[in-house]
Design a binder for this molecule. Structure first.
Ligand code: ADP
Length: 468
């Protein structure tokens, strides 16, 4: 760095926004997040000992200290520290970093820590490119993401990393950060006479919603745009504070209950076919900064679970909306999200796909079952055991249908699927009734049972077993 660059950097340091100037330089200046950096915690010990054991993913809402923690590690480690922003940097930048890291390791035995901000913004191919170098230790990755890494980061990276979840800062934490800013003579407003009303402080803390950057930006704006009074003091009243902070609902309460309650109200409104309520809860979530991708994932689930075959386009529309959103992003990407919401709210509804879980339960409960001989694979019948013998090819029959047996003998006459009479599925119901009658006649079945619908609790329990 020459003298000119040094001067520019010094000036930038002074002129940088308050939040950037006040970025904690050490863990002692870092506020809150005790669960991950409190006394004795693994990450605190690892930073103190300068021994990062593996790659790390910091996951949490904006302005809660992800980048700051990475910077603190940068300030304390003997390893080389370099950073990339996944929104701005691509594969070429990554290759350059990797080449330099290899060189550094070979010539000087120095490790490289690479910080990738918003790592979820890299696509799979870009994330894949990191893998071999994380694997062989050329690079220790510190990724930061506001999105759930189990969905947004490739599995191979997640399994090679330790995930640390940061929470929205508590009201007490945010208050402390604001008061530190007022008191700091070197980087904050310690040298300026500021009178911050209690109501103004409470308002800033409330509306910031646990985002320290948001709180500090608002405080800075309030102070910088208010003229000192006759005595030379800058008076920040509630009105000034209200004007200074961008309104953001405090959706995420401490335990995230509001987050789950709001998405639950949204999904229930869709299932209940109330487009107005669905739009209201959608707006509420987006206003509060909920991730559109999270909402789109829930729409995909709902399309399968609650619209089902009553309108098979439901899943297509939800899927198209999710893809369109990836291309367009906010703000215009909102249309695909809104259209999918309205489509699903007003579509015919069926939960008949839940029939799968009746079959799953049956399989769980039964012992060894033989596959009927005529259904077995004739191509693998090298030993002449009669596999596939007796099978009738439906397309050669009238109406492309033949009444033959497909279930194991013990289950003959058992029906899992009960199509609804809604939308597209009404036609399915009619067709299936005909086919089942033909099959019953051909097989001489006098008794059939349609397994009863499972209760909500049974369904949930079966789903949990399914995902184990
Ligand atoms: P992000 O989680 O979005 O990466 P940053 O770590 O960049 O957020 O935080 C933005 C600013 O907010 C920092 O420059 C710092 O001033 C303040 N900040 C965030 N978290 C904390 C914290 N835990 N303690 C003190 N200041 C914080």
């Amino acid at each position: 760095m020459d003298l000119f660059e040094y001067g520019v950097q010094q000036r930038m340091g002074r002129e940088a926004p308050l939040a950037a100037r006040l970025r904690p330089r050490t863990l002692d200046e870092f506020v809150g997040q005790d669960e991950i950096v409190g006394p004795g915690r693994l990450l605190r010990r690892a930073i103190a000992a300068d021994r990062l054991f593996s790659s790390i993913l910091f996951w949490g809402p904006p302005g809660t200290g992800k980048t700051t923690l990475a910077q603190i590690i940068a300030n304390t480690t003997k390893s080389h520290f370099t950073s990339l922003n996944a929104v701005l940097a691509g594969i070429a930048d990554l290759r350059k970093v990797i080449a330099e890291a290899k060189e550094r390791r070979k010539l000087h035995q120095i490790r490289t820590i690479l910080f990738v901000d918003e790592v979820h913004r890299w696509n799979k191919a870009q994330q894949d490119a990191l893998l071999p170098h994380v694997e062989d230790g050329t690079i220790i990755l510190i990724g930061a993401t506001t999105e759930n890494p189990y969905f947004e980061v490739i599995g191979a990276l997640v399994s090679r990393s330790r995930i640390f979840q940061l929470k929205a800062l508590t009201a007490a934490d945010t208050r402390r950060i604001l008061l530190n800013a007022l008191g700091d003579t070197e980087r904050g407003y310690g040298g300026v006479e500021v009178q911050l009303d209690e109501a103004a402080l409470t308002h800033l803390v409330d509306i910031a919603g646990g985002d320290a950057r948001n709180a500090l930006n608002a405080l800075e704006l309030a102070i910088e745009t208010t003229a000192p009074d006759a005595a030379g003091a800058i008076h920040v009243t509630l009105e000034v504070a209200q004007e200074s902070i961008q309104r953001r609902a405090v959706l995420y309460d401490k335990d995230g209950d509001a987050h789950y309650d709001t998405i639950s109200a949204f999904i229930k409104s869709l299932r209940g076919s109330d487009p107005d309520a669905a739009l209201y809860w959608l707006a509420k979530m987006l206003y509060a900064g909920e991730s559109p991708r999270f909402i789109l994932r829930r729409l995909l689930i709902l399309a399968g679970e609650d619209i089902g075959l009553a309108d098979p386009l439901g899943l297509v529309v939800a899927n198209a909306a999710a893809q369109a959103f990836e291309y367009v992003g906010l703000p215009e990407g909102i249309y695909s999200l809104v259209e999918a919401t309205l489509y699903l709210a007003t579509a015919a509804k069926s939960n008949s796909a839940g029939a799968y879980f009746k079959a799953f339960q049956t399989v769980e409960a039964e012992g060894r079952v033989d596959i009927p001989q005529h259904l077995q694979d004739a191509n693998r019948d090298a030993k002449g055991l009669g596999h596939g013998q007796g099978y009738v090819y439906p397309h050669e029959q009238a109406g492309h249908h033949v009444g033959q047996q497909y279930l194991p003998t013990a289950l003959l006459g058992t029906y899992f699927y009960a199509p609804s009479a809604e939308g597209h599925e009404a036609a399915v119901q009619e067709r299936l009734a005909r086919w089942r009658a033909a099959q019953e006649k051909a097989l001489g079945l006098t008794e059939t049972t349609t397994l009863p619908e499972m209760s909500e609790a049974e369904l949930q329990a079966a789903k949990r077993r399914l995902s184990r």
